[in-house]
Design a protein around this ligand. Structure first.
Ligand code: ASP
Length: 324
C-alpha cells in the first residue's frame, strides 16, 4: 500500500471516508472505532443493537472471493443501521462475462449504491476503486489478496483489548501461514500502532513472511519459543488458494504436530492466554478442535465483534454522507 493510499482514506476535513488499510489509521481513531463497536454489543439472548444512522443509504457487497463471516456481518451491520444491502451474486454477475470491475462499480453507482464493500484476490483493487468512484461513494476493503483485511484487524484488536487493554505489556503470538495472510498483516499494523509489547510470528520456514513485510515483529520457527508466556495466541489457516507450490510445506500430521495450536503447546503460553482464529478453521491442522471449542477460545466472540466493528465503520463513514 502506497503512502498516498493511506491518505486516500480521509476526506479534505480529515474524516474517514474509505477503509482500505489499517496503515494510516492512528491510535486515536482505532480506539474510537473500538469504543463505538463496544456500544453495539448487547447481552446474549437480547435483541441486537440497531440504529437508523444509515437509513436511506445502500450498501453493496461485492465479494469476488469466497466469504462467510465477513460478508454475512457486513450484510447484518448494514441492515442493523437501517441501510438497504445489496449482495451482488458474483457467480452470475457480468464480471464473469468479462466486464471490468470499474464498469460493475459504475453500474452500482448508477443504482445509487453509496458504499462498496469489496473483496478481491488481486492487490490494489480497493484503492483503485476508491480513486475512481464519485465523491459521495465510500469503499470498504473486505479482504485484499494477501495484503490487507482491515475490518478483521479491527475485530481482532477489539477482542484482544477485551482480554487485556494493556497493549504495551503484552505478547501476541500469531501462528501459521504468515506469508500469505492478510489477517496477520492487518492485525500487525493495528497492534504496532497501539504500541504492542511484542509481536511474534511463528511459521514453518516455507511459510515465513518476506523480509520487511512485518516491521517490528519477531519471526520464529519454533512453536515452543514462539508461544512462551504469550498473552494471546492466534492460529491461521494455510492459504492454499494463494500458494502456487506446496514444496517445503509440511504434510498435515507433521504440520499439526509442529505448528498446530493445541492444549499441549498452549502450556507454553500464559495460563490465562486466549486462543483466536479468524475462520474458516481446519480442525486438526492449524488448531485442535477441542481447544477451539474450549474455555480459552474467543473465536465466537471474534465473530460477534465482527458485526459490531463493521457497524462502527459503516456508522463512521455514514456521518460524512449525512452532511452532503
Ligand atoms: N477469513 C479470513 C480471510 O478472508 C481468513 C482465512 O480465509 O483464512 O482472510
Amino acid at each position: 500500500m502506497e503512502q498516498d493510499d493511506a491518505k486516500l482514506q480521509f476526506d479534505e476535513n480529515g474524516n474517514l471516508r474509505h477503509l482500505l488499510s489499517l496503515k494510516g489509521i492512528d491510535a486515536i481513531l482505532l480506539t474510537e472505532l473500538l469504543d463505538d463497536a463496544e456500544g453495539y454489543l448487547t447481552a446474549p439472548g437480547a435483541l441486537p443493537a440497531r440504529s437508523q444512522s444509515l437509513a436511506g443509504r445502500t450498501v453493496g457487497n461485492l465479494f469476488f472471493e469466497p466469504s462467510t463471516r465477513t460478508r454475512a456481518s457486513f450484510d447484518l451491520a448494514g441492515r442493523r443501521l437501517g441501510a438497504d444491502v445489496l449482495n451482488l451474486d458474483v457467480n452470475t454477475s457480468s464480471r464473469k462475462k468479462g466486464e471490468s470491475i470499474l464498469d460493475t462499480i459504475y453500474t452500482l453507482e448508477a443504482m445509487q449504491v453509496d458504499v462498496m464493500v469489496v473483496r478481491d484476490a488481486s492487490d490494489g483493487v480497493p484503492a483503485y476503486i476508491a480513486r475512481n468512484v464519485k465523491d459521495h461513494v465510500s469503499v470498504l476493503n473486505a479482504g485484499e489478496s494477501d495484503v490487507s483485511h482491515p475490518t478483521q484487524g479491527l475485530l481482532d484488536l477489539m477482542t484482544i483489548r477485551q482480554h487485556n487493554p494493556d497493549f504495551k505489556n503484552m505478547t501476541v503470538a500469531i501462528v501459521g501461514d504468515i506469508q500469505h495472510s492478510r489477517v496477520a498483516r492487518s492485525a500487525s499494523e493495528a497492534l504496532q500502532t497501539m504500541g504492542i509489547g511484542e509481536l511474534r510470528l511463528i511459521s514453518p520456514p516455507a511459510l515465513a513472511p518476506d523480509a520487511g513485510r512485518f516491521p517490528g515483529a519477531r519471526i520464529v520457527d519454533n512453536i515452543a519459543d514462539g508461544l512462551k508466556d504469550a498473552d494471546v495466541v492466534m492460529a491461521l489457516r494455510i492459504q492454499r488458494e494463494r500458494i502456487g507450490n506446496l514444496d517445503g510445506v509440511p504434510g498435515i500430521d507433521e504440520y499439526f504436530a509442529n505448528y498446530g495450536v493445541s492444549y499441549e503447546n498452549m502450556k507454553f503460553a500464559k495460563p490465562d492466554a486466549i486462543v483466536m482464529h479468524p475462520g474458516p478453521m481446519n480442525r486438526g491442522i492449524e488448531i485442535e478442535g477441542a481447544l477451539a471449542d474450549g474455555p480459552r477460545s474467543v473465536i465466537t466472540r471474534q465473530v460477534t465483534n465482527g458485526v459490531a466493528v463493521r457497524m462502527a465503520v459503516l456508522d463512521r463513514i455514514g456521518r460524512i454522507m449525512s452532511t452532503q
